[in-house]
Structure formats: C-alpha cells, structure tokens
Design a binder for this molecule. Sequence first.
Ligand SMILES: C[S@@+](CC[C@H](N)C(=O)[O-])C[C@H]1O[C@@H](n2cnc3c(N)ncnc32)[C@H](O)[C@@H]1O
Length: 248
Amino acid sequence: MARWARWLGSWEAQQQALLPRREERFSLICAALATGCGTSPRVLDLGSGPGSLALRVVRCLPGSEVVAVDRDPVLLEIGRRALVRRPQVSFADRDLADPLLPELGSGFDAAVSSTALHWLDEAALARLYRSLALMLRPGGIFLNADHLPRSGGAIEELVGELEKGAEEGRPQPAPSGARSWDGWWAIAESAAELSEAVAERRRREHHHPQRSVPVPLEHHRQALRDAGFAEVGCLWQHLNDRILVAVR
Ligand SMILES: C[S@@+](CC[C@H](N)C(=O)[O-])C[C@H]1O[C@@H](n2cnc3c(N)ncnc32)[C@H](O)[C@@H]1O
C-alpha cells in the first residue's frame, strides 16, 4: 500500500512541476461541484490518470462517487492500488473516444477532466462530447481544465509570448529526474511491480501525442454545442490555461 501511495505521490509531484496552478484548478473544480451539484454527486473523471482529481473530489465531497476513466494500464494500476481504501472511486479502462463510452452509465451529475483532453484530436473530441451529452443528466456540468489556446490572431500571439516567457522563467525539472514527464516514465518502465502494466501499455501504443498544434478553444466550444450542451463558458483562466465549463 505504502509503495503505491509513493507512486501516486511521485505522479503528483511530476504533474505539479509541469503545472504550477494545478492545485488551484483542482480546488475550483471541487468548489464548482459542491456549489452546482450538491453534496453527493455522481461524477466522471475523464483521462483520470491514477485518480488525482477523483481523489480531490471525494476528499472535498465525501458523499460523492467518481468513475475515473483512462486507458493507460500503468496509471490505472497505480490508481487502483493507491486508492484501494477509497471505495467511492472506481476505475474504468476505456478509450474516451470509444463511441461505446455511454455503456459506463447515464444520469451523471458532472464530468471533470484535468490536463487530459489535449490528447484527443477533433474527431475524437466530437465523439467524446456526444457521449457526454448522453451520460450527463439535464443540467449536469462538464468542467475541463487544460491548456486551451484560441486559433490565432493578435491576442493569441500576445498570450503565446507571455506563456513562453513564463515557461522560460520557471525552474525546469532535470530531464531524467522523476519530476519530468520523460524521467518519470523511464523510472516507471523499469519498476518490477509495474512490468505487466508497462508491457500492456506498449502493446496498446498509448503515448502522449506528438501534435504540434493543439485543438483550439473554439472547436471545443462548437463541438460541445453541436453535441447538445446548452451553455459553454470559461470558469477560470490564466493565459491559455483554462477551466472550460459546459451545462448539459
Ligand atoms: C497528463 S495525464 C493527466 C492525468 C490526470 N487527469 C491528472 O491531472 O493527473 C493525461 C491522461 O489522459 C489519459 N488519456 C489520454 N487519451 C486518452 C484516451 N483516448 N482515453 C482514455 N484516457 C486517455 C492518459 O492516459 C493520461 O492518464
């Protein structure tokens, strides 16, 4: 158990090093759930990894139930083992872009996501948003914290420059250390307790996409509206780091 808690802890440290405002985003998502969905919501965590956001949700709302959805066998293994004493969190091994995702259930009060949906291309996002419209109850909310740039123009150029400056001013984790993405994965790939999950991850060829241009904010907004969401807005923003909010 302690070993799995350490794996979860090292994941948290690695993500925190990449995203200095990660905890602020988590807190706001939890506050929005508490305000908008009451004390015992049923929640989906999309691209949950080892359940970082799911854990924040059940800590903040002990009456909640979270289905954490991911298709990375290594992160699912860490999450299932580390959160074994949190029965309100269950993990589902699913591809978010699978049109059969709604088999996971319906009537959810909310769906949340953190630093995950930028892995999906336009077509996959459109499929996911159509699935979400079926899975959330009317009035249910979707909260997506991610890097969500707009599609161009002078403001976007300015924001891009400011982000570049902020990135350069931040201390960068050593590329082979546990706090960098590649370093963390290199350590995980050589750990005996993760060897089966690592082999399955390789078999699935599940890796961070090498996309140079992220899917723009406008596409997310339009795809959510096309899927049937009644309202789409922005709950929080720091440069292009945003929490997008949509009401079903
Ligand atoms: C950077 S991690 C973020 C994990 C977690 N939400 C957090 O904030 O720590 C991105 C996650 O999205 C998951 N993911 C990406 N594409 C996916 C897909 N098509 N289906 C399911 N999960 C996916 C990855 O496996 C990974 O766990």
